[in-house]
Design a protein around this ligand. Sequence first.
Ligand SMILES: Nc1ncnc2c1ncn2[C@@H]1O[C@H](COP(=O)(O)OP(=O)(O)OP(=O)(O)O)[C@@H](O)[C@H]1O
Length: 680
Amino acid sequence: MDENMLEVREAYKRYGKTSPVLRGLNMTVKKGTIYGLLGPSGCGKTTLLSCIVGKQHLDCGYIKLSITKRKHIGYMPQDIALFQEFKICEIFSFYGTLYGMQPDRAQRRAFELCTMLDLPNQARYIHSLSGGQQRRVSFAIALLHNPPLLILDEPTVGMDPILCNTIWEYLVKLAHEEQKTIVITTHYIEEAKQSNTIGLMRRGVLLSEESPKQLMESQNCNNLEQAFLELSQKQHHLHQLEKQKGIRYHEYPTSRLNSSPLSLPNKEWFNFPRFLAQLAKNIKWTQRNIGILLFILVLPAFQSYFFCVSFGRDPSDLPFAVVSDELNGFVKSCDELPYNETYSAVLECNIPKSFSCQFMKQLERKLDLVLYEDLNLAKKDASANRVWGVLHVSENFTRSIEERISEGISTTDVAINQSAISVWMDMSNFIIANIIRRNIAKSLIDFLQDVMAACDIPRKVGDVPIRFYDAVYGSNEPVYRHSSAPGFICAFVFYFTLTFTSGAIMMEKMFGLLDRITVAGMTKMEVVLAHLVVQFVLMTAQTTLMLVVLYQFYDNPLNGDFGLTVSLLYTVAIVGIAFGYFLTELLNEERLISYAGIGMIMTMFLINGTVWPMEGAHELLKVWTRAFPIVAAAESYNSITSRGYDITHQDVYMGFVSCIAWIAIFSLGTFWITTRRKGS
Ligand SMILES: Nc1ncnc2c1ncn2[C@@H]1O[C@H](COP(=O)(O)OP(=O)(O)OP(=O)(O)O)[C@@H](O)[C@H]1O
């Protein structure tokens, strides 16, 4: 092994249940040599390199490296994998810190590489560079710390031939003069001639592993392409023969006895400079995407504002038809009624105009009354959705009301019928229908009290015989918004942190950035902590704005301890972050994560009491609904803010317990999927 930098033995690898990509591959790379790995597209070169640098695990077999630290590898992935919002110099400084280089050394080395690779001014942003220039920056990063082992996945794709030549000359110099070991994949077979060894890969195995000269001699060819063709044909014929004879060499092994991860575990789980570099990178990204930042900051405040001004307020300007036969054929409106007389022989009622007008006066405070003369026309308009309903008052309404008061139980059936107000309503909207019904009933009670007063009877005689004392919690005139606010606030805090976390992680994952920085030595812990710092600052700003809107500008109840309220919101935010990480590991696709996030928040709104109280849910749902993320937290938030409970109350601490349990579940889930993924 002393002579060898890298050994791969009996390597098997497949993705899911598909046919294996690596089928018992063996590879040996000597120290101080260039190893050109050639093969057709899809033969498994990138998969093999990913296993060598530790991005993935083999299913079976092992990889032996004679280096001891991850940072001894210089890795250039196939994807460009660069932070687009960074300047060239900032990228070098970032990777310099990851590799543990002194800033001035990193700068000097960056300058050398930029000159050699003919890169533009280091103050240029990555996104302003051409594809080829970005590839060269990516190549320079792999060389930055002058590592003993270079793993380069197609570094020369799309490059100018002169530059390719310069790069190969440089690689040859590195291998021969500085004893660096280089494993390089390329599609340009001819350029690989400069390698010391060529590995020809096809169908997941190496067909040969020789120097270019030996390879051409052994295949009796005078160029590498022909040699590769010869070997491929031999492999094909052998494969056909084996198939005919029913021999199945290189099948995926049923046991995983030899499977082993890369022999370079990252022992240092946390390194402060690396953490700072990642944090500075996150801050820079946030600063350079100021539009997104402002959107993230202001959106919750806007949502809170819209919630306060639109949610739970009584619908107004609802048109409602009134047909009063007391007026019909006589006058057009109550204003035109000329008289003021009593009809009762017993009572001396001082009736201002008529009782139907008195009732309408109460009702028009709540509804937009439209007077009709014809009942059928009013009903037609209700059917045509022009009014929310029709209210009909009979011709003898005032007289029959008086009779009901004066005659009591001797009131005639005719008077009882004529004193009843008839209503036909559009009940298609549950909330509006119930509010109209409530308003009619309330107006009727107020009207009856007016009648009592008009007839010189104490007002309270017309009162409903029930007395509501001061509310134990909340107000005597409950506002729907107040009871929905806890569910709304908790769901939004959860959702915002979830989207920000998954967005940030996916952005790094999608372009291969996360893999690259991980290979360069960054640990998951450093990535997570750096993200958490930015997330907490943003979350604090978001929550502050949200709370100001909800509690300073609008009168939502805040009766409990403010510190406890904020602590609960932070706990909810951590659930959102944990769920964000979980989704990014589970789904690995931005679109699916968005669907999952939206599905989650919709479900929350349905079951956490925002739209309807949990107590109204089906019995079976009621049993487990509190176990759902954020539902117990919303209940806890309500108990703190509306009832003023403290942490010792079960309703309050169960919110925290539920959140902590979900944080643990999502974190363990993330950990489990991460470890499984590497192996698949
Ligand atoms: N993450 C993945 N999930 C499922 N299949 C994958 C994944 N990555 C690669 N593959 C499949 O594995 C096979 C080998 O892919 P790989 O990228 O290793 O080939 P390659 O030789 O590097 O190809 P190229 O030269 O085009 O880059 C391909 O069939 C590819 O579709």
